[in-house]
Write a protein that binds this ligand. Structure first.
Ligand code: PMP
Length: 307
């Protein structure tokens, strides 16, 4: 379904949806050099809407720009404010927020340096990325034949536009075969992450996730889940793990801003655990939703209220 909104923040101005356009010579359209974020705003139990971990997302946006040597023409505070203003301008209560930084038109070629750096913040109403049914009962995943980018080929700590071709190849491959999400191995064969989420496995009550020093995005939901688990005295380890450790895990789940906390009930046609979301996944999913859209006041420092 085509997304829509009333207003879009574009280079410092709030413009009408129909006016937020770019030229076909936009540099990023040709070569993929740009950075973006995905953030959610939720209507909480108290009836007010709050953006979840906004400052952390904007910090990562600036880090992404730094990694790929894009000079941001705005300050972090300005982009934080732009996100708040965009949600307000559209009167959204629950929405997804997409800041994007890209190279405008002007020069062409890989060496272009003088093109204007352009920044937009778009918000739209977006349900759960892997579906409500997936959130409740779990999804079917498949290990993709495409490897996650090598750590020294593209910079995984940046959320860089062009990097996502790697994820899209994996996602399209497994979706064409009837699965809902692609699990990607790194170039050494260890489990990296899903096409747009970080991964966790549970075995004998120990929660394991790929270390941040591997080829993964340093996910904000991943960090949130690790914190929630530790606060509940659950044991969490950052460890490299193998494909067959997915198969024999008691539970596997994927986490990300868009996908939230989605159980994975089957991988490569093997049932995971009982084939139903396990107790640790269910507990952490409930804790996450209580934090973002429930009544929890445990991490008010992660909430930016917009109304
Ligand atoms: N890995 C990849 C490749 C992603 O695109 C995302 C979504 N941004 C994540 C992990 C999860 O990151 P976050 O929890 O910060 O949304």
């Amino acid at each position: 379904m085509a997304i829509t909104a009333e207003k879009i923040w574009f280079d410092g101005e709030m413009v009408a949806f129909a006016d937020a356009n770019v030229h076909v010579l936009t540099h990023t359209l040709h070569y993929g050099l740009g950075a973006f974020e995905g953030i959610r705003c939720y209507k909480r139990g108290n009836g007010r809407s709050a953006i979840f971990r906004l400052e952390d997302h904007i910090r990562r946006l600036f880090e992404s720009c730094h990694i790929v040597t894009i000079d941001m023409p705005f300050t972090r505070e300005q982009i934080v404010q732009a996100c708040i203003d965009t949600v307000r301008a559209n009167n959204f209560e629950d929405c997804y927020i997409r800041p994007v930084v890209f190279m405008g038109h002007g020069e062409m070629g890989l060496s272009a340096m003088s093109n204007k750096v352009r920044v937009s913040v778009i918000a739209w109403e977006w349900g759960s990325y892997l579906g409500d049914e997936g959130l409740k009962n779990g999804i079917r995943g498949k290990v993709s034949s495409f490897s996650r980018n090598h750590v020294n080929a593209v910079m995984a700590k940046g959320k860089i536009n062009g990097h996502y071709v790697n994820s899209i190849l994996a996602k399209r491959e497994v979706m064409a075969q009837g699965y809902q999400e692609a699990i990607m191995l790194d170039t050494e064969g260890y489990v990296s992450e899903a096409s747009g989420e970080n991964l966790f496995i549970v075995r004998d009550n120990v929660i394991i996730t790929t270390p941040v020093g591997m080829s993964i995005l340093d996910g904000i939901t991943r960090h949130t889940i690790m914190k929630l688990a530790e606060e509940r005295d659950m044991q969490v380890k950052e460890l490299r793990f193998t494909r067959d450790m997915l198969y024999v895990a008691d539970e596997v789940f994927a986490v990300g801003t868009a996908a939230e906390v989605t159980p994975i009930r089957e991988i490569d046609d093997r049932t995971i655990g009982t084939g139903k979301p396990g107790p640790i996944t269910t507990a952490l999913q409930a804790a996450y939703f209580d934090l973002v859209r429930g009544d929890s006041t445990d991490h008010d420092e992660w909430l930016t209220y917009v109304n």
